[in-house]
Design a protein around this ligand. Structure first.
Ligand code: SF4
Length: 374
């Protein structure tokens, strides 16, 4: 059964009602279960959750994470290759509707950025593009991956969705991981937010993580952009999606991100504001649902909040990020995708983690483990 078929079994209105109507007793019952059912998970997303229940959930999330991952945080850096894009996503600074300097890095510039990040300690880089196949398509990505791989051992991509053969080419080029947010799991809202361009195909995007799993990507990340739609159901379906992938592709590590809307070119206003408390609740609930999932927190969030969320289940963090192509180097760079909120340098993040008793991990994987060329 595909994930799209599985989704049909969990009607949006029913899930929302389960979460909204969950009583204190029902939430307590869910908290007693060592393995959550999807109904338990919906209850833990409830706005009725009390402060005491949230505290209990946070303690359990901390214990599970310590047990499964130890006190380690994988640090990574986003490397924007291009901000050219033919899509009109209403919430994104790179939308084709926005007038900003457009740029796709030449390979020499990619190398300069990778070297710079390497000199800051990074050995795990996330390559990002918009969707402009003529300037930053699969051929270009292969070359960029080869270039970056000479400076760091682990490369992930956050780019346009591909077919299975495209993902196979990425694996062959040395890509370990994929991040692909569905943005929202509400098909009608998705349609409204993505009025034109290839990204307007909801199903093609929804099925992409499965195609990546079939192609053998080692790490696959999902998430919804919180604030676009109803966050209760979007977090519920994100958990369902991650669980589906973890069960179907058991050799692949599943990761989950919970990006909240940030100011961006175009001035899109979120439909709903996800509070810090809600974000904390969602992270803890996802940790209880999938104990082995990597949970990622980016520099979209403030330094203070990132520090507070650190012990609750987070396993990966970005640091010193720049969201425009060429932004780490000296030259003129293109416009940024969104404004970041934690401006600490990688060295400051490393020091903070050590001070809090965590081991910063700069790389946790090398394809040489599989006797492949790295
Ligand atoms: S979200 Fe991605 S696809 Fe949409 S406009 Fe931004 S860069 Fe392009």
């Amino acid at each position: 059964m595909s994930f799209e078929q599985q989704l049909q079994k969990y009607p949006r209105a029913e899930i929302r009602s389960q979460a909204l109507k969950a009583t204190r007793q029902r939430i307590d019952q869910a908290l007693r279960h060592p393995r959550l059912s999807m109904e338990d998970f919906a209850a833990l997303l409830s706005p009725q959750l009390t402060d005491n229940q949230l505290e209990l959930m946070a303690t359990r999330a901390h214990q599970i994470t310590k047990q499964r991952f130890g006190r380690t945080i994988l640090l990574y850096a986003p490397l924007y290759l291009s901000n050219e894009c033919h899509n009109g996503c209403k919430y994104c600074g790179f939308s084709a509707d926005n007038h900003l300097p457009r740029k796709t890095l030449a390979l020499a510039e990619v190398e300069r950025e990778a070297k710079l990040l390497r000199s800051q300690g990074f050995r795990h880089m996330l390559l990002l593009t918009g969707e402009a196949p003529e300037s930053a398509g699969i051929d270009y990505l292969e070359q960029a991956v080869h270039t970056v791989k000479t400076h760091c051992g682990s490369v992930s991509i956050e780019v346009f969705p591909m077919g299975t053969p495209g993902y196979q080419r990425m694996v062959a080029a040395g890509v370990d991981g994929l991040t692909l947010y569905q943005e929202t799991y509400d098909p009608e809202l998705y349609c409204d937010l993505h009025p034109y361009g290839a990204k307007s195909d909801y199903s093609y995007r929804l099925q992409a993580p499965e195609r990546a799993g079939e192609a053998g990507l080692r790490r696959i990340g999902v998430g919804a952009l919180l604030g676009l739609g109803d966050c209760l159901t979007d977090v519920f379906y994100t958990g369902l999606h991650a669980l589906y992938l973890a069960r179907r592709f058991w050799r692949t590590q599943v990761t989950i991100s919970f990006p909240r809307m940030r100011p961006a070119e175009g001035g899109y206003q979120p439909n709903s504001i996800v509070s810090d408390r809600q974000l904390t609740q969602f992270i803890c609930a996802l940790r209880l649902l999938i104990p082995d999932a990597g949970l990622i927190l980016s520099t979209r969030e403030s330094a203070e909040l990132r520090d507070n969320l650190l012990p609750l289940g987070i396993t990966q963090m970005s640091a010193g990020s720049c969201t425009s192509p060429g932004g780490y180097g000296e030259d003129d760079n293109g416009g940024e995708q969104f404004a970041i909120n934690d401006h600490r340098t990688p060295a400051e993040m490393e020091a903070l983690l050590r001070a809090r008793g965590y081991d910063p991990v700069w790389k946790d994987w090398d394809s040489a483990f599989l006797n492949q060329v790295s």
